[in-house]
Design a protein around this ligand. Structure first.
Ligand SMILES: N[C@@H](CCC(=O)N[C@@H](CS)C(=O)NCC(=O)O)C(=O)O
Length: 291
């Protein structure tokens, strides 16, 4: 790999498998499955195939919020997909999500299973199905969807831009880090100004907009993403801090964060969730306990 400042792109790009950096082993320039592997199916109406990254946490928080409201139809099996081992390239996973990324939901509540990929589409599918966390008033609904889609468009600059070049790229490139640090701080300021005038992103109610934005920008505000808290001076964003702390206190959020989680305190990791009681009995500290 060349890190020379004088690098000039060749006329035709070719794939150099030794390109380096974290995730180099799973990145490919082609789509489609690499191996045959069916997805497991559990007993609940909702089958989730995921990992507790910010994109995965959105869906487990949403399902736990729906269950907390009493929507039994949101009962779910959460299966672990280890993306660093390439499990998103199994044939069953690719059939459910041709884009090979977590999270994927298969809604098996009706006669024909419905696949839903892209976390925003999953949140909208669940919100519409259960009539929850999505305002019905036209203006509030538009505000909610605007912030929901803001997250889908903005987070790639945070993750694929700042996160990649600040934390993961094999060389530190000042131009790239400057560009994405500036954009990430601008995004934090967008949120901070909105949350100065409104308790939640869509207005006075907690909605799928908050559920989508919080796992990314709440984690960033707490210094949990890319070790970039001090670098970006995240404490400056007082309204983002207030909103982050408020949402973190919700019981469903605390549960949703644990599902499909494979790092951190063993007591915070519930690798798979197949029953509400799993939070009490199947966290890693209990599964690993001797005897
Ligand atoms: N826009 C997608 C992004 C999903 C995504 O990027 N998932 C990552 C983990 S956070 C993934 O599965 N990466 C595996 C890969 O790229 O091979 C969504 O919101 O669902």
């Amino acid at each position: 790999m060349s890190d020379s400042p004088g690098y000039a792109p060749p006329p035709i790009w070719t794939w150099k498998t030794e390109s380096g950096g974290r995730f180099a082993n799973i990145n490919r320039p082609v789509a489609g499955p690499t191996h045959d592997k069916e997805l497991p199916v559990g007993r609940h109406p909702m089958q989730l195939y995921s990992l507790a990254t910010p994109n995965g946490v959105k869906v487990t928080v949403m399902l736990e919020e729906l269950l907390a409201l009493g929507h039994g139809g949101a009962e779910y099996d959460a299966w672990l997909i280890r993306i660093n081992e390439g499990q998103q390239f199994g044939s069953g996973f690719v059939a459910a999500n041709p884009n090979s990324k977590i999270p994927v939901l298969v809604d098996r509540s009706g006669p024909t299973p419905i696949r839903v990929f892209e976390s925003g589409a999953i949140l909208l599918h669940l919100a519409e199905k259960f009539g929850a966390f999505l305002p019905t008033d036209a203006a509030q609904r538009a505000e909610c969807l605007s912030w929901l889609f803001w997250q889908m468009g903005s987070a790639p600059y945070l993750g694929g831009g700042l996160g990649h070049f600040y934390a993961y790229a094999p060389t530190k490139i000042e131009y790239a880090i400057d560009r994405y640090a500036m954009e990430t701080k601008r995004q934090l300021d967008v949120l901070d100004r909105r949350l100065a005038e409104s308790e939640y992103l869509a207005g006075q109610d907690y909605t799928i907009a908050d559920i989508a934005v919080w796992p990314w920008y709440g984690a960033l505000a707490k210094g949990l993403l890319y070790g970039a808290g001090e670098f970006l001076q995240v404490q400056q964003y007082a309204n983002v801090q207030r909103w982050t702390n408020q949402i973190a206190q919700r019981a469903a959020v605390k549960r949703g964060r644990m599902v499909n989680r494979t790092s951190g305190e063993p007591s915070s990791q519930l690798h798979e969730r197949h029953d509400a009681s799993d939070f009490d009995t199947r966290t890693q500290d209990k599964l690993e306990a001797p005897g």
